[in-house]
Design a protein around this ligand. Structure first.
Ligand SMILES: Nc1ncnc2c1ncn2[C@@H]1O[C@H](C[S@+](CC[C@H]([NH3+])C(=O)[O-])CC(=O)[O-])[C@@H](O)[C@H]1O
Ligand SMILES: O=C(O)C(=O)Cc1ccccc1
Length: 243
């Protein structure tokens, strides 16, 4: 298990291709997400605490878009002895291969079923907790509501969804102020102007962010009556919804 520094966009690329979760990205993903997403470590840590409170015996737990398994590992540490299964799903083979190594590096009595599949195609049932930690933003916007509805239907009463997302803001001034602050965070973490602008070009077609109002409306549409932001740092927020 080897984790390297992200220098994917360090050299000038003639044409910047759309961002994909390929082998190169998977190899540096841990470094990339920690240097790009303020609050990521705190969110992953807190997901473990939510699991300790919400995960019920004899139920299932889902980590949708699990990447290297950070949220799965955090939850698994807190839910031993409950006869639960964690179902971790990602459609990147490069990610799931590395995720398997991470999961195998620790012992636990909670089995993890790791599936390389599209989260739009899996069944969700008997779930006491579902995590979408920075994954929904990569689905085509028109597919997001159906996924959230499937999650709502698959949760048991009292079950919880943790949804973390990069936000966009309707107010242009606020958008600019917060975006610039986020870029300062990336600069402070060692990313150059070239890396920042090439990464931006790479993700602009594949990551269509929603406003908080859109997330709230969607929660209501699919049936969640209890939901709120529980963490926000700049344009990165994590929401909790309870069935
Ligand atoms: N349709 C899809 N089906 C399955 N997986 C998908 C799909 N679309 C994207 N992915 C996967 O969603 C993950 C998003 S990263 C999640 C971080 C992780 N949750 C973490 O807590 O470290 C967030 C980021 O890179 O900002 C990638 O691994 C994709 O392959
Ligand atoms: O890098 C960024 O600016 C982001 O918005 C977050 C991100 C982090 C990791 C992969 C894709 C997007």
């Amino acid at each position: 298990m080897q984790s390297s520094q992200d220098n994917i966009y360090a050299e000038a690329l003639g044409k910047v291709a759309d961002f994909t979760f390929d082998d190169r990205v998977a190899g540096v993903f841990s470094d990339m997400i920690q240097r790009s997403v303020p609050g990521y470590g705190q969110i992953v840590h807190s997901i473990g605490n939510f699991a300790a409170r919400f995960v019920k015996s004899d139920t299932q737990v889902y980590d949708l878009g699990c990447s290297l398994g950070a949220a799965t590992l955090s939850m698994r540490r807190h839910i031993g002895g409950r006869n639960c299964k964690i179902i971790a799903v990602d459609n990147s083979a490069a990610m799931t291969e590395r995720c398997r190594e991470h999961l195998n590096a620790y012992v636990s009595d909670t089995p993890v079923e790791l599936i390389c599949a599209d989260i739009r195609d899996i069944n969700i049932s008997n779930a006491s907790m579902v995590v979408l930690n920075f994954t929904l933003q990569f689905l085509p916007p028109e597919d997001r509501r159906a996924l959230l509805s499937k999650i709502y239907q698959g949760l048991i009463p009292g079950g919880v969804l943790i949804l973390s997302e990069k936000l966009r803001f309707d107010d242009d001034v606020i958008q600019q102020v917060i975006d610039e602050h986020h870029l300062d965070f990336k600069r402070a973490n060692g990313y150059s102007e070239l890396e920042i602008s090439q990464k931006r070009s790479a993700i602009e077609n594949v990551m269509k962010t929603d406003t908080l109002a859109i997330h709230q409306a969607r929660f209501n549409e699919v049936g969640f009556t209890h939901h709120n932001v529980w963490f926000q740092c700049l344009n990165f927020a994590s929401m909790v919804a309870v069935k």
